[in-house]
Design a protein around this ligand. Structure first.
Ligand code: ADP
Ligand code: F6P
Length: 320
């Protein structure tokens, strides 16, 4: 019988993780369950770094970035011995079920636990938005808005100086963050890892724009393609603008979650606990076409989420 659940955040932090922790905790308490927070993801699990969660311990965190439970990448969990030790820690601490809030790596760890008989449910949270089983992961919307705000400041400078800015965005091996932000900021070009870069046609496009009187340009580059400095060296001296590079880096991971991410995290947190209360195991929650849905955890990486080809075309059409 389900009496006590654990909750942890793992992998890269993302804005809205705190809202998810709050929702999991309060929904569980409302269902008569005890909740224990596990600090620093799987690392804290292995070390038994636990903290009791109460209604008030999740007060005042709703709109705070980062994660009060802290997070970590835990290489030990990549080995079967590490996962086995995790299973033992959960049972030694009378934790009947675990809620894992994180990205696809964290979900792979959750799947390993599930396959060893642990009752587990996953809540997708990463700024990369590279997980299937949901249209959007917690933190993606905020990260796009953060990047957009920075790029609009860069455009002021770019237009004053007749410059080209190459802005490198995160996303690991995926281009969702770059594409969404690129459309929103009216980038002249967006480079994503899903499509091989065509430097020659970028140069032609930039030169043509310059001939028509365009005074500056913004190129949004996903980190999975190449570094901004490598792209700058490829474009330098090709006749268009003088390139400057900006790597937004971890600025994209912090900050208060947007309204969208806060609501998403609150809904997904509650849905995860409701799944556990219904006796479901090895599932993830997600939001598809506005509805909260559930699917097996492995769906997050087994069916690859594709970039929207209409969005890619839109960048080309709107940046003429
Ligand atoms: P994210 O969850 O944001 O994708 P990572 O890929 O770094 O971040 O994964 C977070 C953690 O999840 C890893 O440090 C590791 O502890 C665990 N993990 C990742 N992949 C696996 C795996 N195949 N098996 C077990 N645990 C894993
Ligand atoms: O997965 C989130 C993410 O921010 C990626 O976009 C990025 O490649 C990676 O984490 C950076 O990881 P770290 O914080 O360990 O440098």
């Amino acid at each position: 019988m389900l009496k006590r659940i654990g909750v942890l955040t793992s992998g890269g932090d993302s804005p809205g993780m705190n809202a998810a922790i709050r929702s999991v905790t309060r929904t569980a308490l409302c269902n008569g369950l005890d909740v224990v927070g596990i600090k620093r993801g799987y690392e804290g699990l292995l070390e038994g770094d636990l903290v009791p969660m109460t209604r008030s311990s999740v007060g005042g965190i709703l709109l705070h970035g980062g994660t009060i439970l802290r997070t970590a990448r835990c290489p030990e969990f990549l080995r079967p011995e590490g996962v086995n030790a995790g299973v033992s820690r959960l049972s030694e601490n009378d934790i009947d079920a675990l809620v894992v809030i994180g990205g696809d790596g964290s979900f792979r760890g959750a799947q390993e636990l599930h396959e060893r008989g642990v009752t587990v449910v996953g809540i997708p949270a990463t700024i990369d938005n590279d997980m299937a089983g949901t249209d959007c992961t917690i933190g993606f919307d905020t990260a796009c808005n953060t990047a957009l705000e920075c790029i609009s400041k860069l455009r002021d400078t770019a237009s004053s100086h007749d410059r080209m800015f190459i802005v490198e965005l995160m996303g690991r091996n995926a281009g969702f963050l770059a594409l969404e932000t690129g459309v929103a900021c009216g980038a002249e070009s967006v480079l994503v890892p899903e499509i091989a870069p065509d430097i020659k046609s970028i140069c032609e496009k930039l030169n043509y724009a310059k001939q028509r009187g365009k005074t500056h340009s913004i190129i949004v580059l996903a980190e999975g393609v190449m570094s901004a400095s490598d792209l700058a060296s490829k474009l330098k001296g090709q006749g268009s603008y003088d390139p400057r590079i900006v790597v937004l880096g971890h600025l994209q991971r912090g900050g208060a979650p947007s309204c969208f991410d806060t609501v998403l995290a609150s809904r997904l947190g509650a849905a995860a606990v409701e799944l556990l209360a219904k006796g479901e195991k090895g599932m993830m929650v997600g939001r598809i076409n506005g509805n909260i849905v559930s699917s097996p955890i492995r769906a997050a990486w087994e069916s690859k989420r594709e970039l929207d080809s209409d969005m890619l075309r839109l960048v080309e059409t709107l940046s003429i």
